[in-house]
Design a protein around this ligand. Structure first.
Ligand code: DAU
Length: 337
């Protein structure tokens, strides 16, 4: 019998759905309501394995719509975990407005719902991109936000509202800031799923600029576990960095993906025009989350090999995505590069 009720917004996206699967698998006393707008990256197939669980409920709707949010809260929830967001940097460069609506206004609407309904906990899923790029060293939670893309700026706007609600109204909020996340069910616009599926299709992969940008990789199951851990053990008003500790240049990572898919480097890599304002490096200090008892469990080499194997086995999942509206996006994004 479920004693805790959690509202998971954006629960049909990549990290949100991993969280929903994890919670229903590992916590018998939790019931989950997913509120998801089913925009391009939300996909019911991501939760197919748990959708029949009586503790699972789905409401379609946008977090910026207060009426829908109230419907999803229903007769009460103990916590809201907000995964709903526009998340792709390249899309934010083409169309920033959608990011402001969901990441800034949507966050505000959820915070108001927390106040109105007296919800005991609100967790905002955020990103290391709010710190801006770090040429050397690591970002700690005490560092100021310094976002450099429209995406990062809208996420920072959301985070600042969350923290201001804590200061002003004592709203019981938490923020997690994750590093680059990879694993099954990731929409194939991001580096790893785009490159893996292109390679499996025998296509080239578009490497931006010199490919020497650095990202720190975290497996989606570790990310989801970290969010659940902070929700249950974190101190309200605090921010927790969730870093994978697996820093790689994009070209090193590309080389590894090419090896895992059995393709040749020279035939597969196409260097293309760099992303405008491209952040050179992100690196997180995750000491604070580790002192709370969370640590990543998935070894990067194994996680990457399993991820490639998953995309190899699950063409039924990604082929329909890549043949639909994605094609127009890909042309728009890459044709002129
Ligand atoms: O760091 C956390 C962030 O990681 C999340 O907040 C974002 O939602 C997520 O999109 C991701 O941002 P990035 O911009 O780092 O991820 P992306 O997969 O788009 O790109 C990773 C790196 O690969 C980046 O340096 C750009 C480069 N890249 C990406 C694409 C899609 C390429 O060289 N070619 C590509 O086609």
């Amino acid at each position: 019998m479920a004693q805790r009720r959690w509202l998971v917004t954006g629960g049909l996206g990549f990290i949100g759905s991993a969280f929903v699967r994890l919670v229903l698998r590992e916590r018998d006393d939790v019931a989950v309501t997913v509120l998801d707008a089913l925009t391009y990256a939300g996909n019911p197939a991501n939760v197919a394995e748990v959708a029949g669980d009586p503790r699972y409920r789905f409401v379609q709707g946008d977090i910026a719509d207060a009426v829908r949010v109230d419907e999803a809260v229903g007769d009460g929830v103990d916590a809201i975990v907000n995964f709903a967001a526009e998340t792709h940097v390249d899309r934010s460069i083409l169309d920033p407005e959608a990011f402001i609506r969901t990441d800034v206004l949507g966050t505000h609407v959820l915070l108001e719902a927390v106040r109105r309904h007296g919800i005991a906990r609100y967790l905002q899923v955020s990103t290391d991109e709010v710190y801006g790029h770090v040429e050397s060293g690591v970002s700690t939670e005490a560092d100021p936000v310094c976002p450099r893309s429209p995406y990062a700026a809208s996420k920072a706007g959301g985070d600042l509202q969350v923290l201001a609600y804590h200061t002003t109204y004592e709203t019981p909020v938490l923020i997690t800031r994750g590093s680059n996340t990879y694993g099954p069910y990731q929409y194939p616009e991001k580096l790893i799923p785009l490159f893996v599926t292109n390679l499996l299709e025998g296509e080239q992969v578009p490497v931006y600029g010199d490919g020497l940008q650095v990202r720190d990789w975290l497996h989606v199951d570790d990310h989801a576990r970290g969010i659940a851990h902070v929700l249950e053990h974190g101190t309200p008003g605090h921010v927790y960095n969730l870093g994978g500790g697996n820093s790689r240049t994009n070209i090193e990572l590309t080389r590894e993906l090419i090896r895992l898919t059995g393709r040749s480097f020279d035939e597969s890599v196409r260097y293309v025009t760099d992303r405008p304002g491209h952040d050179r490096r992100y690196a997180l200090d995750a000491t604070k989350a580790r002192s709370l008892g969370w640590f990543p469990r998935v070894d990067f080499a194994n996680g990457l090999a399993d991820t490639v194997a998953w995309y190899r086995a699950r063409e039924d999942w990604w082929r329909p995505i890549k043949s639909g509206a994605f094609r127009d996006y890909y042309r728009r994004q890459y044709a002129l590069r």
